[in-house]
Write a protein of this length. Structure first.
Length: 365
């Protein structure tokens, strides 16, 4: 049964954890106060990635029947823990927050009110009017946060999509596109793939971690870039894949020149060095294409794909050369400016390479 017009909807608070035992008593105390003061139907799901700091004992010691601890030993990571929490939740609203008390539990009732009023996605924001962070944050952390927000701009105009504190209706993950995030930014994944139309940001004070150490590392920042790449492929489809393919091709030009320089420096005959450098560049392009724009192809055997890629590249080279010759033949002006014919040929070769690679060599199942 849904909530009445004046009653707040029931909520499952999903808290992903790893080595957060020291923070749980204070977090539970504050959530319990909110739960009692606002008469909320609230459960807390502690989605723990098999911590070794006494998390299980800490939860048991709390003795709250509205808290469930789910220990995860496979597919660990914050985003996977949250998605797992979605599946285990029993209430009308799914609310995600950190365990370290950086997110204020006192904001939960307002987030529930906004959902009741028609919002699809409610976000606790540091950067809207009334929002704030600790003065001790420091300039480097502020720059890091702002840079991450700027990189997310192609997907959302929200001022703080990285906050990690959000609430959605239980039905949203069920109707969203399949989610496969990496890293910590699960909120951005839900926002983009949930096709949320009415998104609301409400101000919060983002506190310093209460106890323990931050999990943010260089690895997580690199995973964020990979996450953005995946979202771009989802949102922009083949246009993004073609852009990645083109960038790989550009890198191949540099690999070709670098390999040629080294081989000649090691006294390889020039003609042989040119051929070897072309092959090395082709091999580099194959590896990078299999790693990025056509990552799904890694599930299949690489050797037949390599032969197919070499054949596709050869056809692309033929398309390049043939197009240039046709331009030179039918447009005499280009005999004085052969760069024009060469440029058109390069574009034709790229298009041929992409189509062959995308739909033949790395054909998606």
């Amino acid at each position: 049964m849904g909530a009445s017009p004046t009653e707040l909807p029931s909520v499952s608070v999903i808290v992903p954890t790893y080595q957060e035992a020291l923070n749980l008593p204070a977090l539970v105390e504050r959530v319990e106060r909110v739960r009692a003061d606002h008469h909320l139907t609230l459960e807390m799901l502690i989605m723990d990635d098999d911590s070794r700091d006494g998390t299980e004992e800490a939860v048991a010691a709390l003795g709250r029947d509205w808290i469930r601890l789910i220990v995860r030993r496979e597919n660990r990571g914050l985003s996977a823990a949250v998605l797992d929490g979605f599946r285990h939740a029993r209430n009308e609203v799914l609310l995600v927050m950190d365990a370290d008390l950086s997110h204020p539990p006192e904001t939960i009732p307002e987030m529930l009110r906004r959902l009741r009023e028609g919002a699809d996605f409610v976000l606790g924001s540091r950067y809207v009017e009334g929002g704030s962070t600790e003065e001790a944050w420091g300039i480097l952390r502020w720059i890091n946060s702002k840079a991450a927000t700027l990189l997310a701009r192609p997907f959302t105009r929200l001022k703080d999509p990285m906050s990690g504190f959000f609430a959605i209706h239980r039905s949203l993950p069920e109707t969203a596109a399949p989610m496969n995030p990496v890293g910590y930014k699960i909120g951005l994944e839900v926002l983009v793939k949930g096709n949320c139309e009415k998104v609301v940001e409400i101000p919060i004070h983002f506190s310093q971690r209460f106890k323990g150490e931050s999990k943010l590392s260089l690895r997580e920042q690199l995973l964020y870039l990979e996450h953005l790449r995946r979202l771009a492929e989802y949102k922009f489809g083949d246009w993004m894949r073609f852009l990645e393919f083109s960038l790989v091709g550009l890198s191949g030009a540099f690999v070709n020149l670098a390999a040629l320089t080294l081989l000649v420096w090691f006294s390889m005959p020039v003609r042989a060095a040119v051929a070897a450098a072309i092959f090395i560049a082709m091999l580099s392009n194959f590896i990078l294409n299999r790693q990025f724009p056509f990552a799904y192809a890694r599930e299949k055997q690489w050797l037949p794909q390599l032969f197919g890629f070499i054949a596709a590249s050869s056809i692309g080279a033929g398309a390049n050369y043939g197009t240039a010759l046709l331009i030179l033949h039918f447009w005499p002006l280009t005999l004085r400016f052969p760069q024009i014919a060469a440029s058109v040929g390069i574009l034709a070769g790229m298009a041929s390479n992409y189509l062959m690679t995308r739909y033949v060599v790395f054909k998606k199942p």
